[in-house]
Design a protein around this ligand. Structure first.
Ligand SMILES: Cc1cc2nc3c(=O)[nH]c(=O)nc-3n(C[C@H](O)[C@H](O)[C@H](O)COP(=O)(O)O)c2cc1C
Length: 324
């Protein structure tokens, strides 16, 4: 399949694996790229620019296909060493960066000079247009369904994607709720040039996370996610568990007085405990509504081949028949 996204990134299939904290290690990124998609190493999961440089080297040993790095710009006071991370990306010869969070404008000239293509993740049309205006090469449009941070507008992809298609000139991928060939065919119909998946890629053989995480996603239905941290305007979609129930109770009790310190036990530093140790109630961890569409733990290649075959069969068969 050829789209503006496969052309832009030099990949075979229009499928991207979104950056995921403590999931996006070299093993997963390489598996996705080897299967013809675009795998991404999650930059900030690596504790320092040196560690990221090492992770990029490890990934390069596992694949000769293009892969990228996710850089999430956090709204925190003590900022990570972003110039160092960008140096590691450029010196490591990585040609694609997925940015997310705050506006990436300040980092674009350096990345573009080094021949790096930038895809910015946005949860609204206005942010997507801003990304286009500042010179991003593509956008990942993340609907309300998504695992992680859906923003504060709550617009699902059935509205958000065609709205983005009406306004954007640069190519975009549909992100949030994407699971299979039906998702890909629908995303293409709505104007996207491909899909970005997070949660679906966690439930794969190669995802280097504890088996308990994969099993929790397979066991979950579309009813099992919750939105947390809305009162802090830092909304995150997570899988419901004991810690999330506790957190929501605090939100209810404290109302507008809620501060980050009140929920620190449920959200700070929980990812290694969950993803690496498999302690599933250790805190709130991102998971999309798409869990309801995930019933198995295939290899990444099986998953991507299946998505492509199903999308093609829908386009050539089911859809073509309606207009024959
Ligand atoms: C466990 C998990 C961790 C994530 N961590 C990040 C992150 O660190 N940075 C980021 O930009 N997006 C992060 N995301 C969002 C994904 O990159 C992607 O946009 C999202 O999962 C798409 O929605 P889906 O889960 O419905 O496929 C994370 C998602 C999950 C499920």
């Amino acid at each position: 399949m050829k789209t503006r996204i496969t052309e832009l990134f030099g990949i075979e299939h229009p499928i991207i694996q979104g950056g995921m904290h403590y999931v996006g290690f070299a093993e997963l990124a390489a598996a996705v790229s080897n299967a013809g998609g675009l795998g991404l190493i999650t930059g900030l999961t690596q504790k320092s620019p040196e560690a990221l440089a090492n992770e990029i080297r490890r990934c390069r040993e596992m694949t000769d296909k293009p892969f990228g790095v996710n850089l999430t710009f956090l709204p925190t006071v003590s900022s990570p060493d972003y110039p160092g991370y960008i140096r590691a990306i450029v010196e490591g010869g990585v040609k694609v960066v997925e940015t997310a969070g705050n506006n990436p404008q300040k980092w674009l000239p350096g990345l573009h000079e080094a021949g790096v293509k930038v895809i910015h993740k946005c949860t609204s049309v206005r942010h997507s247009l801003k990304a286009e205006a500042i010179g991003c090469d593509a956008v990942s449009v993340d609907g309300f369904e998504c695992g992680g941070h859906p923003g504060e507008d709550d617009i699902p992809n059935f509205i958000l994607l065609p709205r983005a298609a009406d306004e954007l000139k640069i190519p975009f991928v549909a992100s949030g709720g994407m699971a299979d060939g039906r998702s890909l065919a629908a995303a293409l119909s709505l104007g996207a040039d491909g899909i970005n998946m997070g949660t679906r890629f966690i439930a794969t053989q190669e995802a280097p996370v504890h088996e308990n995480v994969k099993k929790a996603i397979v066991a979950a239905s579309e009813l099992d996610t919750r939105l947390v941290m809305r009162p802090l305007r830092n909304t995150e979609r997570v899988l419901r568990n004991a810690a999330v129930d506790r957190l929501l109770e605090k939100e209810k009790t404290l109302g507008a007085n809620l501060k980050f310190e009140d929920i620190i036990d449920e959200v700070a530093g929980v990812y290694p405990k969950i993803m690496l140790d498999g302690t599933m109630d250790a805190g709130a961890w991102s998971c999309g509504m798409v869990a309801g569409l995930i019933h198995d733990i295939p290899t990444v290649r099986e998953l991507i081949d299946r998505i492509m075959a199903q999308a093609e069969s829908i386009i050539r068969g089911r859809l073509a028949r309606f207009v024959a």
